[in-house]
Design a protein around this ligand. Structure first.
Ligand SMILES: Cc1cc2nc3c(=O)[nH]c(=O)nc-3n(C[C@H](O)[C@H](O)[C@H](O)COP(=O)(O)O)c2cc1C
Length: 258
C-alpha cells in the first residue's frame, strides 16, 4: 500500500475509517503488507530511472509489516476518529468482501480484489532478497519471523540478505564479517543466505522524533559521525548495491535483470 493521495488501498482505509462504525471482515484484515510512503516510492522510482541496468520488476515496501487491521487503527488515531469496530466473519470470502468494501469506498471492486487478496505469493518469485535496517541496535523482529516461517521456500530459491545501518558507514564495519549487526543476525537465525551484504543507511535528524534524535546524535558523537541537527546524509554506496544486485542475478537459478 502506498500511503499518499491517489493510492487506491490507502483510499479504502481512509473511507472505511471515515464512513463505517462497524465492519464485517474475513481473514484479509490480518493479511500482512508493507505500506510505503509516497515520498519513498518517488525516491525509489528516481533511483531506478537513473540505473544503467534497471531490473524488469522492483517490489517496494516500507520497513514495517502491518495488517489492514493495524493500518485501520493507526489511520483512525492519526485522523482523530474512533475507527470501525472490526467483527471477524470467517465465512466472508475475499470475493464477497471486496464487493462489500467497494460499496463503502470510491474504489472499484476490480481494484479492491487484488488488494484484499494481499501481497503476491513469494513462492512465485525467481529469487528472494531480504533486506533489513537497524533500529535501536536490532533488525525488525518480523524479519526473523518471516525467515522462520518461510525457511524451506527461501532455501529452494537463489537467496540473499543485506543489512542497512549507520554503523556500516564505517570502513572497518562495512563487510558481513566485520559488521556487528550482521554477525548478530547470524547468531539469531540458522538460515545461511547464499549472499550477504551490509550497506550504510541514511542519517536525517529532522525525520526523527525528539527521543530518537537525541539517542542517534549521542551515538554519532561517540562514533565520530555528524552531529549537526540539519544533517541529512545518505551513506549508501550505490555502486556496491548495484554490484550486489549483479551477484544476486548471477546466482545459480537466478535470472539476469531485464
Ligand atoms: C529510530 C532509529 C534508530 C536507529 N538505530 C540505529 C542503530 O542502533 N545503529 C545503527 O547503526 N543505525 C541506526 N539507525 C540508522 C538506520 O539504520 C538508517 O537510518 C537506515 O537507513 C534506516 O532505514 P529505514 O528508514 O529504511 O529503516 C537508526 C535509525 C532510526 C530511524
Amino acid at each position: 500500500m502506498v500511503i499518499g493521495d491517489g493510492s487506491a488501498s490507502f483510499q479504502i482505509v481512509r473511507s472505511l475509517v471515515d464512513r463505517l462504525p462497524v465492519m464485517l471482515t474475513p481473514r484479509w484484515v490480518d493479511t500482512p503488507s508493507q505500506p510505503i510512503a509516497i515520498d519513498d516510492v518517488v525516491t525509489s522510482l528516481i533511483a531506478l530511472g537513473t540505473m544503467d541496468d534497471p531490473p524488469a520488476e522492483a517490489q517496494l515496501g516500507g520497513a514495517d509489516v502491518l495488517s489492514y487491521r493495524e493500518m485501520l487503527a493507526r489511520y483512525a488515531k492519526v485522523a482523530g476518529r474512533r475507527g470501525p469496530v472490526i467483527v471477524p466473519v470467517p465465512v466472508l470470502t475475499p470475493g464477497l468482501s471486496s464487493h462489500w468494501v467497494a460499496l463503502f469506498s470510491p474504489v472499484d471492486t476490480g481494484v479492491v480484489r487484488p488488494l484484499v487478496d494481499g501481497p503476491q505469493d513469494a513462492a512465485t518469485f525467481d529469487a528472494i532478497v531480504i533486506g533489513a535496517s537497524i533500529r535501536h541496535g536490532k533488525h525488525n523482529p518480523a524479519v526473523y519471523a518471516f525467515i522462520g516461517e518461510n525457511r524451506a521456500l527461501l532455501d529452494s530459491k537463489p537467496n540473499a540478505f543485506f543489512s542497512v545501518s549507520l554503523v556500516a558507514r564505517k570502513p572497518h564495519k562495512n563487510t558481513p564479517e566485520t559488521n556487528p549487526y550482521m554477525q548478530k543476525f547470524l547468531t539469531l537465525t540458522t538460515w545461511r543466505p547464499q549472499l550477504l551484504a551490509v550497506f550504510g543507511g541514511v542519517l536525517d535528524y529532522q525525520r526523527y522524533g525528539p527521543f530518537d534524535r537525541h539517542i542517534i546524535r549521542f551515538i554519532m558523537r561517540l562514533t565520530g559521525g555528524p552531529i549537526d541537527l540539519h544533517t541529512n546524509v545518505e551513506f549508501t554506496p550505490w555502486d556496491e548495491v548495484r554490484r550486489f544486485a549483479g551477484r544476486v542475478a548471477a546466482l545459480p537459478g537466478g535470472k539476469p535483470p531485464g
